[in-house]
Design a protein. Structure first.
Length: 229
């Protein structure tokens, strides 16, 4: 019986079968983590180990410059469905018009409440389509504040996705583009378990924010347009 649970679902969508990044434009609201030195040091070590792992042929790692925590999932040009599209914007509207309208809605007036939040490492997501480090607010107050901001963003944009209230914060490290062998999969799972144990033992809570409204043409670069604050 196979051990690997990997399903490279983003081949043909975000990535080509050879692992090269594919055009996949849209907009989103994220918090880049480049300024969080202690976190980045841990991610750098993880990145180096993943590059050397026997399963490395099976995934494409995102460049460190793109590392971010998603604050609010936005829109993708290739995923135009009523339940994933802002209110009062036509499903067939040109992407430039859509992203400009979202930006205008976000800048209508200042957002109230906290704009920076303390987070901590929680766990790695199950290994299916991506390498994902899950995060959680460091305390109840941070959790309440960040979810209140997400509510205000959803109301401002006019889009509230399924699972909005229970959204899981995360940093995506890479995407699977092939299925590893079972042996390579087990090695990868062990590697992630070791790195998680180290992060949870030695990495203190870190700060993210303010949110950044970003445009992207692919998964390798998220171009900041402005900060929410």
């Amino acid at each position: 019986m196979a051990i690997s649970t990997v399903k490279p679902l983003d081949v043909g969508r975000k990535f080509h079968a050879d692992g090269k990044v594919r055009t996949y434009p849209g907009s989103t609201i994220v918090c880049h983590v480049a300024a969080e030195r202690a976190l980045v040091e841990k991610l750098d070590r993880l990145y180096d180990r993943l590059r050397a792992a026997s399963a490395s042929h099976a995934y494409t790692l995102l460049p460190p410059s793109s590392w971010h925590m998603t604050l609010f999932v936005g829109i993708c040009d290739q995923d135009r469905r009523p339940d994933r599209w802002p209110d009062r914007i036509a499903l067939d509207a040109p992407l430039d018009e859509v992203t400009a309208t979202i930006g205008e809605r976000l800048r209508q007036e200042p957002f109230g409440g906290p704009q920076r939040f303390r987070m901590r490492v929680a766990r790695f997501a199950p290994l299916t389509d991506a390498l994902i480090l899950r995060l959680e607010p460091a305390c109840a107050d941070d959790n309440a504040a960040i979810r209140q901001l997400r509510d205000r963003i959803a109301d401002r944009i006019g889009m509230r996705l399924d699972g909005h209230a229970d959204y899981t914060f995360h940093i995506t490290i890479g995407y699977f583009v092939a299925e590893p062998t079972d042996d390579a999969f087990v090695e990868l799972a062990d590697l992630l378990a070791e790195e998680l144990a180290d992060m949870r033992a030695s990495l203190p809570p870190f700060e993210v924010g303010p949110g950044e409204y970003c445009l992207f043409n692919d998964m390798f670069c998220f171009q900041r347009q402005f900060f929410l604050e």
